[in-house]
Design a protein around this ligand. Structure first.
Ligand code: MN
Length: 129
């Protein structure tokens, strides 16, 4: 067993290549098993991912704040603490904070890399929710 104190989690700025706004990653996969990727993600208000998919799907557990998730078909769902989202393998989507609140979620994926699509989330799509 390993215990990692919160102060030892090395949160990093996620950068702007695949995100709009300011996003931080906290790597939580402490063990040697690289088949599990557990990531804390903190979005400032209005920050969100670009459109993307996950080769083996993704579970999001909303820890705190208010956010949005949108699938390719245009449906936008509002998220708040305690909610769970499952994105199936290959399902195109984005997720992020609401206009007025931060969002923190836990992301659970396999070790296979996210497949980023070239387009940012448009303001029209973002405001829709
Ligand atoms: Mn995702």
């Amino acid at each position: 067993m390993e215990h990692t104190p919160a102060a030892d989690i090395k949160w990093v700025n996620a950068g702007d290549e695949h995100f709009t706004g300011t996003v931080f990653f906290g790597p939580l996969s402490a063990g040697p098993d690289r088949s599990l990727n557990a990531l804390g993600v903190l979005f400032e208000p209005e920050a969100r991912t670009d459109w993307h998919s996950h080769p083996d799907g993704q579970v999001l557990y909303i820890v705190a704040g208010v956010g949005k998730v949108q699938k390719d078909d245009g449906e936008t769902v509002r998220l708040s603490g305690g909610d769970v989202v499952y994105a199936a393998a290959g399902e195109k989507h984005w997720h992020g904070a609401s206009e007025t609140s931060f969002l923190m979620h836990l992301s659970l994926t396999t070790g296979r890399a996210t497949e980023w699509l070239p387009e940012k989330v448009s303001e029209q799509d973002y405001r829709r929710g």
